[in-house]
Design a protein around this ligand. Sequence first.
Ligand SMILES: *Cc1c(COP(=O)(O)O)cnc(C)c1O
Length: 220
Amino acid sequence: MEKADTPLEQIRSNIASVCKRAKRSQDEVTLVAVSKRHSAEAILPVLEQGHRDFGENRVQEAQEKWPDLRDRFSDVRLHLVGQLQSNKAEDAAALFDVIHSLDRPSLVKALGKAFDKTGRRVPCFIQVDVGEEEQKGGCPIAGLPDLIAQARDADIPVAGLMCLPPQDIEPAPFFALLDKLARDHGLEGRSMGMSGDYETAVMLGATHVRVGTALFGARD
Ligand SMILES: *Cc1c(COP(=O)(O)O)cnc(C)c1O
């Protein structure tokens, strides 16, 4: 009997078929395995299958979980996908390799300072509030040009744009909007798409999809 695909293999193969349809190279798309609220035991099999990009949404949880795992898998790339408080900027700068949630001038200041101090300049995605939902964080679309300029002034590498579209409505128009904003600003990266909609996001230009539930199962 053939062995069933693991969730990781399934997701990779789904991304590959969308890339083929969209005439994109699979190398353009990074699957960020969002392991928030999952234990090291749940993460380990995914590491053992060779996956290296993981996402967490809380600095403290990542500090508790990842140093041990990194001792064994030193080439892990850790992505921060959740809102970041300015007073945690230095910890985040020390731990993460990519930050997906730069969304306001005060955080530009704090991260700029943290990067100066630690000497690590971590690529950052600017989170855009595409659905005009303030509680999710994200920079208002009208504020984007200024925030990009401020980030560049602070020597923060701007990797691209990120969005979390409103729940329970068709996400495609929001992904298309993020793609257009990124193009308008000459930015490569588009961090968009989660378990329910990563294929749509890849079709519409995502370079980073952030997938948790489809890979690890439901969170508590
Ligand atoms: C939790 C989370 C994800 C993953 O969500 P799933 O629906 O479990 O795939 C992606 N992005 C962000 C910002 C998250 O907080």
